[in-house]
Design a protein around this ligand. Sequence first.
Ligand SMILES: [Ca+2]
Length: 284
Amino acid sequence: MKTNLSFAVGVGLSLFCASCDDEAGSGSVAFTSWGEEYIEEEIPADVFEDGYAVKYSKFLVLVGDIRVADEAGEVAAQDESFYLVNHVEPGVKDIATFDGLAAGNYTLVSYQTSPATREAIKLVGSVTAADADLMAQNQYHAYVEGTITKGAVSKTFKWGFSEPTLLDECEGERDGKLTPGVVVTEGGTDAVELTIHGDHFFYDDLQSADAVVRAEAIVDADANMDGVVELSELDAVQLTSLPADQYGTGGASDVNNLGNFVRFLSRTLGHYRGEGECFVKNPE
Ligand SMILES: [Ca+2]
């Protein structure tokens, strides 16, 4: 069986010693994924500008094609698998671990939240084969179910997203210092959390740092009033029909309705070591 793990040892070092990893020292990088309390528990009403609260019952994301490269772009480790995680399940989940990396700084780390073939999907934790089939057959990179509530108002949603997304040049806080990529130390393990942010679906601006979390427009999109907000109902809401100070798109000029607004946000779920960021790109 073909393995998806591939390693490349530094060629320069191997010219000078027979067992370079021993000479230079080697270590590991262990990637995990976590959806934080917002996905495990709820996004409480005080987070929302308009007093709604959101509880997810399912939050599937495919996290994969993790690459670790040095400053020159030389890939030292890559795992092409896509790990399917249901972030409602409590706890930080182990996904990929790379051992035997020569000690040093690998400043270029990337991963994807992208659709994958069924063969490339690995099940994590309580995720079922049926979940994986759902993702592969629909070519979803994310699938979420949940409930939006405020007082007597309650709306459910079941949304699937098919937006291939490369999260590139990730950096985040490591030992209190903003650090690009990973740092491999001799005999050590750099533990890196690929963090999924569940509140992003409710951001009211695609690019502004002043975006707030709100849900009124999404709740109001339930045109047939059956208590379920469909993505197709979001598609029917033009952004120009919403309050002028909400749902700004910045430079994303092709986003003109609420459905595409939320689809765009589905590309921003992936973060790095908690609040750390990556560049959001299209995979090659
Ligand atoms: Ca509806």
